[in-house]
Write a protein that binds this ligand. Sequence first.
Ligand SMILES: NC(=O)c1ccc[n+]([C@@H]2O[C@H](COP(=O)([O-])OP(=O)(O)OC[C@H]3O[C@@H](n4cnc5c(N)ncnc54)[C@H](O)[C@@H]3O)[C@@H](O)[C@H]2O)c1
Length: 300
Amino acid sequence: MSRVAVIGAGSVGSTIAFALLIQRISSEILMVDIVQETAKGQVSDLSDANFIASNHVRVGTFEEAGQSDIIIITAGAKQKPNETRLDLIDRNYKILDNVIGSMKPINPNAILLLVSNPVDILTHIAQKLSGLPKNQVFGSGTFLDSARLRRKLSSILGVSENAIHCYSLGEHGDSQIIAWNSASVGGKPLLEFPEIAILDKELIAKEISNKANEIIKLKGATFFGIAGCVSLVVQSIIFNQRHIRPLSTYIEEYGCVFSMPVVLGRNGIEKVIDIDLNQEEKDKLKQSSKILREICAKYT
Ligand SMILES: NC(=O)c1ccc[n+]([C@@H]2O[C@H](COP(=O)([O-])OP(=O)(O)OC[C@H]3O[C@@H](n4cnc5c(N)ncnc54)[C@H](O)[C@@H]3O)[C@@H](O)[C@H]2O)c1
């Protein structure tokens, strides 16, 4: 038995609910939105797909959300074309503060999963505002960027995405890095594949970090990819699968919240993997952590 609450019933929240529903991941899904009609409309629409599974989808209150097993926060403003995720902080900080305040007292065993942007900074703030242990409060981070990267590499190498171990790490935003040096395919270092050796790595990194912007220019929002990623995160928690995913969590070495590969299980983040990074990758992450720390300092 598991109850998942989705706060924010817009494009991302409703697509996450749909992904959870059709994959039969949780037994109950609550939709919560500041605009009651939006939550009501999404529940009514989602319930039309209920014949696929037997989950229960209904409108929930903030108090009920606070007592759920997993709370997914998608409430907030989204980027307009050419806005960065960091540009959303003022608007989304206020919304997050309201949402967490309205859910209190929060179930001490709940997992709080941040999806709203800027996800790293909001995760850091949510760790403080919620009072929950840090391993229970984390963000979707660069899971989506890493999925985009693996898709790209899969098309170049002609192997399944599942066989590619390569991560985008750091900020879910412009300063993220690709951990090329630790990447492997079928036990062989990724950089030893001739197709990869000749690639313009900077160009690939830019293409991956800019993909959301390209989609936003075309259709105004992104929601399918993130819904796929979040549904796997929820599945990993509910079924204690201990998958390794790049998620946004507090990283002691860098003194900030951003993405590193973590082991994900019933208690949330069970362990951060100490991935091998070369000096250039570490330097870029240090630079990125400085930007995130400075912004966080204004809000915490
Ligand atoms: N982390 C990721 O990889 C990723 C990917 C895509 C989108 N996002 C982010 O997800 C967020 C939502 O995007 P969207 O496309 O669903 O936007 P949207 O505008 O479609 O939906 C946002 C919803 O939040 C609701 N909301 C606003 N304030 C609220 C409050 N105080 N309490 C409850 N609900 C409230 C709105 O009424 C709206 O229904 C954005 O911040 C976006 O940048 C993150």
